[in-house]
Design a protein around this ligand. Structure first.
Ligand code: MLT
Length: 407
């Protein structure tokens, strides 16, 4: 008899964004005349930059000729892309990351979900609340939690992110082994200072813990004093793995390209306390389970590091930040409290009511889709997240409708 991994039965019925998509499609079926504006899932709407498109086309043409055709590429990514990433994303900011510490992949979601395979079942995992659901769900699937009670899984150390701590979690009181951090944060859009991030790096070093740092939204940071990478903090290379993506800075949500940085110094321990290189373990996993990102996609990603590519990506992110400013201004004028949206594409709004009710009300009264805060954890109850990823025209129209519905 084939039996299932019963940990899956502990999960909430469906993944947050699939749940929202289903509600929206039901609404559209029942109200075909209504035009819905989606400011829910953080999916980009603008086309790829000319620099990426040109490189993409050229690489596709290379695939047509036997002499320049590429079959299986290196699982870790082509050298040209890994070198461009190391130089432009890290070394340029004083972070000593080398090309061979970078693993190119098809998504930060997959990597942040898969990485926990490297760790034993009985570690203590600390996860912020609210949080991007992938961190928690993948640990539930792996059997690192007990049952779901009163909105929380037993066995997880939740790091509350509330108005009282400016949505930046405090260090845990108990010892934890694996810590998830995401800045600029999804969903709250808040950022962390170098000083605050250093306390986490110091905690991890003191406790032989590991930080999984999700920096998928770093391109939205406009405040030069804020860290874009955890490796800007001294000592982080020994205790942190970082996830990055081309989705939000270069519009690759449908094109698929991302990378994970696993420094060579980064260690974890066996039951006898002997240290092991996480770089070697992740490399082993990557080579076994992943066949690399396609050559044209990697060339398109590399092109964002040309002078033209850099300027075009900055303009792309600036475009969405302008939307974020529009959303902030509207919410302020309506008297709502919010955070995020200045170094992030997400605005986290205190809705003054149940967050799913707020979601339904906005959809029904304004035809605008947001993300209910409760979907990100118990501390998200009463909040909604609005994403800046849409056209100026749609965001302005959505804010007009919102003002009418809420004003
Ligand atoms: C979100 O809306 O939180 C993101 O789009 C999710 C993702 O990038 O997978």
């Amino acid at each position: 008899m084939i039996t299932i991994n019963e940990n899956y039965l502990k999960l909430q019925a469906s993944y947050l964004f699939s749940d929202i998509a289903k509600r929206v499609s039901n609404f559209q079926e029942n109200n075909p005349e209504k035009d819905v504006i989606k400011l829910g899932i953080g999916d980009v709407t603008k086309g790829l930059t000319p620099a990426s498109i040109e490189a993409f086309h050229k690489a596709v043409d290379e695939m047509a000729e036997d002499s320049s055709f590429r079959g299986y590429g290196p699982e870790q990514g082509y050298g040209f892309l890994r070198e461009a990433i190391a130089e432009n994303e890290f070394q340029a900011r004083g972070a000593d990351i080398q090309a061979d510490e970078i693993f190119v992949s098809d998504g930060a979601k997959c990597d942040s979900g898969n990485i926990q395979e490297l760790f034993s079942q009985d570690i203590t995992v600390a996860i912020p609340d609210p949080v991007y659901p992938v961190y928690l769900d993948t640990n539930v699937m792996a059997g690192r939690t007990g049952t779901f009670e009163k909105g929380r899984f037993k066995g997880i150390v939740y790091l509350d992110c509330t108005k009282d701590n400016n949505f930046v979690p405090a260090l845990p009181k108990e010892q934890v082994d694996l810590i998830y951090l995401c800045f600029p944060n999804n969903p709250t859009g808040t950022t962390i200072s170098k000083e605050e991030l250093k306390t986490w790096v110091d905690y991890a070093r003191d406790n032989k813990a590991l930080i999984l740092f999700d920096a998928a939204y770093e391109a939205f940071i406009r405040d030069e004093n804020l860290p874009k990478s955890i490796y800007e903090i001294e000592g982080a290379k020994e205790v942190a793995i970082e996830f990055r993506s081309f989705s939000k800075n270069a519009g690759f949500t449908g094109t698929r390209c991302a990378y994970t940085v696993v420094p060579k110094e980064c260690l974890a321990y066996d039951k006898d306390g002997k240290s092991h290189s996480l770089h070697a373990l992740w490399n082993r996993r990557h080579c076994t389970k992943f066949n690399g990102v396609s050559y044209p996609v990697q060339r398109a990603a590399e092109a964002i590091y040309t002078e033209a590519g850099k300027a075009q990506c900055k303009a792309l992110v600036d475009y969405y930040l302008e939307n974020a400013a529009t959303i902030r201004k509207t919410m302020a004028s309506l008297g709502y409290e919010y955070v995020g949206g200045n170094n992030s594409p997400y605005i986290w709004i205190e809705g003054k009511m149940d967050s799913w009710d707020f979601f339904d009300m906005l959809l029904n009264k304004a035809g605008v889709v947001c993300t209910p805060g409760a979907g990100f954890g118990t501390c998200g109850e009463g909040y909604i997240r609005i994403s800046a990823f849409n056209s100026h025209k749609n965001v302005k129209e959505a804010m007009k409708r919102l003002t009418k519905a809420l004003g």
